[in-house]
Design a protein around this ligand. Structure first.
Ligand code: GDP
Length: 525
């Protein structure tokens, strides 16, 4: 193995930013790209985004699709690292794609609005990261505004998310009185709204500013010192190992909008975030440093423009080196494929990728070869990576073909889209009605649009709202337990599941039927 290859792989940092809408993910992404020189002007990512949610007609959705392809992976070089940021859309884009993207990263950055604390979407995404045991780094954003007291924010991490934290720095005031951060990790104070030259004040070995400094005459600084003392004595200890296991989240305070604390965060993040790790497969662990190329498809982006039927399959490289034009196996279909039409995500525009290594994401133009979860290997290797987990749908619709004469294309379309992983299919046990399950509303819209455009099938979708889905252990269940509050269905593999009206209906059912063992696949990892 060449040293260059090894160094290339070890320099990869592949992560996703998770947050609730409006916490500042776009803003921080933009600042990171600026540091990496990937964009020239702040506002580039933003402009794309504003266009994205202007209206919701079909033209707009088509535009969105195009946009989200270019921005769903962003790659740049910084300080000897090659950084791959994977976008996990919030807003109405929230879907199973969002979750699967987290299967392709090695760590996650959680952006929290310090005035709002931990919000719903953050919680959901956090759970998925936790189930994978990946390291999570926290950025408490918007310190230039009045927010919750920092100690309260830490308490929320522990109480709401159940993760221990270690503040790498601590704010000195906030809102109008935000003066900067006390940087425990770098042993310095970083002042807000102060020129680069005098921005950093080193601390002595007692963690104090030496001599006279105007900052020392502020009550806010004294308060910070008191709180830091408390953290030193009663807080968690820093442990790179526990960070790597995903059991301790390093916490950074800052303000993405004013670009304060972002670089300090990035430097520390790159230091502790892991390079690509071995991944489980049917042939045991696959080492990212092994020479043979392998990867898996974690997302398929269908082009919504009917004039261009192509799709992009996003592949996370897990080992070896990708070279354009190479031949690979797709074990699921037992075929060899030549990877000639590929794209990378460096800089602002897509460019043809020539080479990429473990940790990188590449896009393959696809005309229907790949499915989500597919393993791709080179040489004679025929293993497959662990299956992508099944996500628990929360939203449901009943679906039918509008034109009964066109049942055939309806079934074909559903079958393919379900296989591709665009949406989940269930059948009610008695009537054999088709239900579609999703984690985000957009999945239904994309489904409807693709059925029409790709399979020439108009569908009728009837909302049946949100449900609490629980699968049934084993292969049998009394079908008479099905009623409107606990609807019994079969998934596409024929496994039984109940769709409960709400949490209350679930608990009531569990009380009444202790012998029916239920499970949520997302709690099992
Ligand atoms: P996203 O939905 O998570 O991508 O959030 P955005 O990055 O679009 O930010 C949402 C809003 O919060 C925008 O109006 C931003 O200008 C604002 N914002 C982001 N970061 C900060 C910050 O550090 N301070 C303040 N005051 N506003 C911020």
């Amino acid at each position: 193995m060449s040293n260059n290859f090894k160094n290339d792989v070890l320099s990869r940092r592949t992560f996703a930013i998770i947050s609730h809408p409006d916490a500042g993910k776009t803003t921080i992404t933009e600042k990171l790209l600026l540091f990496g020189g990937a964009i020239r002007d702040a506002g580039t990512v933003k402009a794309k985004k504003t266009g994205k949610f202007a209206t919701s007609d079909w033209m707009e959705i088509e535009k969105q699709r195009g946009i989200s392809v270019t921005s769903s992976v962003m790659q740049f070089d910084y300080s000897g690292f090659r950084v791959n940021i994977l976008d996990t859309p919030g807003h109405q884009d929230f879907s199973e794609d969002t979750y699967r993207t987290l299967m392709a990263v090695d760590s996650a950055v959680m952006v929290v609005d310090s005035a709002k604390g931990i919000e719903e979407q953050t919680m959901k995404l956090f759970k998925v990261c936790r189930m994978r045991g990946i390291p999570i780094f926290t950025f408490m954003n918007k310190l230039d505004r009045q927010g919750k007291p920092p100690l309260e924010l830490l308490a929320e991490l522990e109480e709401v998310l159940g993760i221990e934290s270690y503040p790498m720095n601590w704010p000195i005031g906030m809102g109008k009185e935000f003066l900067g951060i006390y940087d425990r990790f770098n042993n310095r104070v970083e002042q807000f709204r102060v020129d680069e030259g005098s921005r950093y004040i080193p601390l002595n070995k007692d963690g104090e500013i030496e001599g006279d400094h105007p900052l020392k005459n502020t009550g806010l600084y004294d308060q910070t010192l008191d709180e830091v003392l408390l953290l030193n004595e009663a807080g968690n200890e820093f442990s790179a190992e526990r960070v790597a296991e995903g059991n301790l989240t390093p916490v950074f305070f800052g303000s993405a909008l004013t670009n304060f604390g972002v670089q300090t965060f990035l430097d520390a993040y790159l230091k502790f975030a892991p390079p690509p790790k071995p991944r489980n497969s049917t042939a045991g662990e696959i080492d990212p440093l092994s020479e043979n190329f392998s990867g898996f498809v974690f997302k398929i982006q269908a082009n919504m423009n009917p004039a261009h039927r192509d799709r992009i399959a996003f592949v996370r490289i897990c080992s070896g080196k990708f070279e354009r034009g190479m031949n690979v196996n797709v074990p699921r279909i037992g075929k060899q494929v030549k990877l000639s039409n590929s794209t990378s995500f460096m800089a602002e525009e897509r460019s043809t990728v020539e080479e990429a290594v473990s940790g990188d994401i590449i896009g393959l133009y696809d005309t229907g070869t790949y499915q989500i979860g597919d393993t791709i290997t080179s040489g004679k290797d025929q293993f497959q990576f662990e299956k992508l987990p099944q996500f628990t749908p929360e939203l449901f619709v009943k679906v039918m073909a509008k034109n009964v004469m066109k049942q055939k294309s309806f079934y074909k379309g559903i079958e393919q889209l379900v296989q591709e992983g665009a949406i989940q299919l269930f059948k009610t046990v008695r009537m054999e009605e088709f239900l579609l399950g999703a984690v985000g509303q957009l999945q239904f819209e994309v489904f409807e649009h693709r059925m029409k455009n790709e399979y020439n099938s108009d569908v009728i979708m009837e909302r049946i709202g949100s449900k609490v889905t629980r699968w049934v252990e084993g292969d049998s269940v009394n079908e008479n337990l099905s009623n409107s509050r606990s609807l019994l269905v079969k998934d596409r593999y024929g496994k039984y599941a109940f769709l409960f009206e709400n949490e209350f209906a679930l608990r009531w059912f569990e009380d009444k039927n202790p012998d029916v063992k239920l499970y949520n696949p997302m709690d099992m990892h």
